[in-house]
Each structure stands twice: as C-alpha cells, then as structure tokens.
Design a protein around this ligand. Structure first.
Ligand code: OOG
Ligand code: NI
Length: 422
C-alpha cells in the first residue's frame, strides 16, 4: 500500500477535533463521562429506531463535536480565522449576544465546514466570540483603554503557527510529516493556561461580566467546552443525572414532543472548580480555583427556512412559564416532516421529507442561556447608547472574510437530491 504524502484539510480537521477532544478529556474528566454516555445513548437509540440515521449516521453523530472559544480583539479573531481556514472551517453567521435577555458582552460567529461533502467527512465547528470592548454599555472610558492595553500585550498564537496555517490554506493540504506538529501546536493554543492570574484585575473585570474576566483577565484563550451530539437528549439528561452529574435545570430549545426535531436542543453541566494560580497585590503567587470550563451536549434537527425560523421564534417566546410546552409547540409546528416540507418551513434534500437537511449552526437564545448557566451573575449594562458599530459587516471587515449566510448554505444543500455520504 502506498501512503499518501499529504493530508487534505478535512483530514487535518478530523485529527484536530480528535486531538482537542483527547486534551479536553484529560483535563476535564466529566467531559469523558459525557462522551461515554452520549455514545451509549446513540447506540441504544439506533438499535431501537429503524429510521434513526436520517439525521446523520451513527459514525458521524458519534464523532461529532462543537467547541467554543472566546477572544479579545479583532486581530485575535482574524488569527483564529486564519488558523481554522487551514482545517477547512469558515465563518458562518453573525450572533449578537449583547441583545439577549441576559446580555453577554460579545459578538460571535461559528467556524465550520460549509459544503455537504466536507460536513459529511467531518463536521467539527467552533463557536467563536469576541469581547465587545467598544460597547460603552459594558466598558466605560476608564476601563476600556485598560482592557485594550491588556489584550494588546498578549499573543494567543505563535507566529509560526499562523504562518503554517496560511501556507496550508494556500496549498490546500499539508505534508504528513508536518501535520502532527501543526496539530499539537494548534491544540496547545487552546489548552488552559497555567500562568498566574492577576487577582485584582480578574476581579475588577468580573464585576462587569464573568465573560470579560474569562477573556481579558487571563493571558491566553482556551476551549471552554466541547459538545458531543446525541440522538436522544432527554435520555442523555436522565442518564447523566443517574451518574450523579448535575445538569442545568432545562434543555434549551424546543421541548420534547412527538413531532420532528427542529434546529437544536442543548443542555449542559456547570463548570467545575479547577485549580488555578493567582498573583496577589503584594506579588505573592497563591493557589485558588476558577470555574470556567463546562460540559454541554446537543441534539440536532432539521434546518428551518426563514419562515420556519419566524415560527420557531414565536413558539419559543411562548414557552417561558408554559405548563405544557409540548402543547405550545404543537400549536405552532406541524407534526410531520411532510407537513413541514409542504408548508416551506424546513429544508429537505430535493424537497423529499424523508431526507432532512440537518441544522449545522447555533441559536442566539440557547447560546446566551449556555453562557448564563455558567455565570453567577449577569453582566451589568449601563444605560448609554451603543455606538460600537458591531455588525455582520463590521466583523467581516475585521477578519477580512465574508461571514457566510447560513440560509444560502441550506438552500444550496436542499437543491441537491441526496445527502452526501463519504
Ligand atoms: C459559547 C456559548 C455558545 C452554544 O452551544 O450555543 C455555544 C461560549 O460559552 O463561549 O457554544
Ligand atoms: Ni456550545
């Protein structure tokens, strides 16, 4: 057998996702439990449901993960974009979590493979948030320059790593001999830093928002969760509780009901305290702990059209406090894929309701809920006008790349008659 001398970007992506998962599992043992339980749930679900793999094969679903990272500046976000491009992951969509019910001072995009073949090969994606330091509701004229100086003084990535990523992107592949080191360095950039944390700075930022402290109060970034996908999230929830892992109160997204699953349902367990070192005001280094890395799991359903999404948003708004969420849901959504397809509410390959196009993106309300589940207090926002100008176009300009429109991608997928399998 001849061994190919280069690896394509999707092979790098698959290796990167697996290596991140190994690192995270070694550092956050509860994640390993979550992955084990997820695999059990998926195996049992496929055994009991003949059509289970319509939303993805057991192999794809079991390998599937998303991660989340948070950075501080447009320049850092641009470097993340260059790094992820080497793995065939491109920015899709713009999420403004400052608008959420409990605002988070970040703007975000998701880096992911975009075409059906690439998604089928490996769908790894990373929700990536940037601290909104220009928004005066969170950062006043005293704090903002100090945050920006702290961020300007750090480097998240070695210059060689980004240079290598750009070279791989340009070539579309990487020599086998170079791949391992590239991936080791990339994974290392997202491991938890062991550097002492300036306690008073971290605490000052925490009064604005725990997310601001997590981003700008430390010298590095880190993967703050890695999320496996399951075919039955209700079953997962029960099994995790039975193992003594306390999940947040609710599953975010649509309720459990008898009709088709749409978009995304997610749940998480709260970050566990991890030992960290602190630098005190008098220069001493002390031991302490922080809770920043958590566990999350998700179930994915069919992607909704803009009309379907409007339906989703009104149904979702009615769920708060509802005594029978499934009944609320059934007033808004038809109970079968045939009806969803006929009403133009969801995407299906070739319009065939037996072949759903799976939702590959995120939801701002769930994302804000996920952030929030790990915060002890909400961000404090001052009553001043936001003149930061953050928007989809702003972010595209800041990273020098278009943010792809998720609807255009689903539309293109639905034009194909068949889900790609590889
Ligand atoms: C990102 C939260 C968003 C999701 O699954 O909606 C997210 C973060 O905590 O940085 O990952
Ligand atoms: Ni997540």
């Amino acid at each position: 057998m001849t061994r190919s001398r280069t690896l394509e970007t999707w092979q790098l992506r698959a290796r990167f996702a697996a290596a991140l998962s190994a690192m995270y599992g070694a550092e956050v043992p509860a994640y390993t439990t979550l992955v084990d339980v997820s695999s059990d749930v998926n195996r049992d679900y496929v055994a009991a449901h003949p059509d289970a793999e319509r939303l993805g094969t057991l192999d794809r679903v079991t390998a599937e993960r998303h991660g989340a990272v948070r950075v501080g500046t447009p320049a850092e976000l641009a470097e993340v974009a260059d790094l992820f491009a080497a793995f065939g992951m491109y920015p899709v969509g713009f999420y403004d979590l400052r608008d959420a019910d409990s605002p988070v001072p970040v703007v975000s995009t998701a880096f992911r493979p975009v075409d059906a073949t690439e998604l089928a090969r490996n769908p790894f994606r990373v929700f990536t948030s940037m601290l909104a330091t220009s928004d005066p509701r969170f950062f006043d004229s005293d704090l903002r320059p100090r945050v920006e100086r702290a961020l300007a003084d750090r480097a998240l990535f070695e210059p060689e790593l980004i240079a290598q990523a750009r070279a791989i992107t340009a070539a579309g592949s990487c020599d086998v001999e170079d791949a391992e080191e590239f991936i080791v360095r990339a994974v290392d950039a997202f491991a938890l830093s062991r550097q002492p944390i300036d306690r008073s700075w971290y605490e000052e930022l925490s009064t604005v928002s725990a997310v601001a402290a997590d981003i700008a109060g430390v010298g590095r970034t880190h993967i703050n969760h890695l999320t496996p996908r399951v075919l039955d999230i209700d079953d997962l929830y029960v099994r995790m509780a039975a193992r003594g892992i306390a999940m947040i109160d609710a599953i975010q997204g649509p309720p459990r009901w008898s009709g088709p699953d749409v978009l995304l349902r997610q749940t998480s367990f709260r970050a566990l305290a991890e030992p960290r070192r602190f630098r005190e005001a008098d220069g001493r280094v002390t031991d302490g702990s922080l809770r920043v890395r958590f566990g999350e799991v998700e179930a994915r359903g069919v992607a909704l059209t803009p009309a379907g999404r409007e339906r989703y948003d009104s149904a979702y708004a009615e769920l708060t406090g509802a005594s029978d969420p499934a009944a609320v849901w059934s007033r808004h959504f038809p109970a079968s894929d045939e009806e969803l397809a006929a009403a133009g509410l969801a995407y299906y390959y070739g319009g065939d309701p037996a072949k759903p196009v799976v939702y590959e993106d995120f939801l701002p309300t769930s994302a804000a809920g996920i952030f929030r589940s790990n915060l002890d207090a909400d961000a404090t926002a001052a009553e001043v006008t936001d003149d930061s100008g953050y928007s989809n176009d702003w972010m595209a300009g800041a990273i020098g790349r278009d943010l792809l429109d998720p609807y255009a991608l689903y539309e293109a997928a639905a034009q194909q008659t068949q889900e790609i399998s590889v």
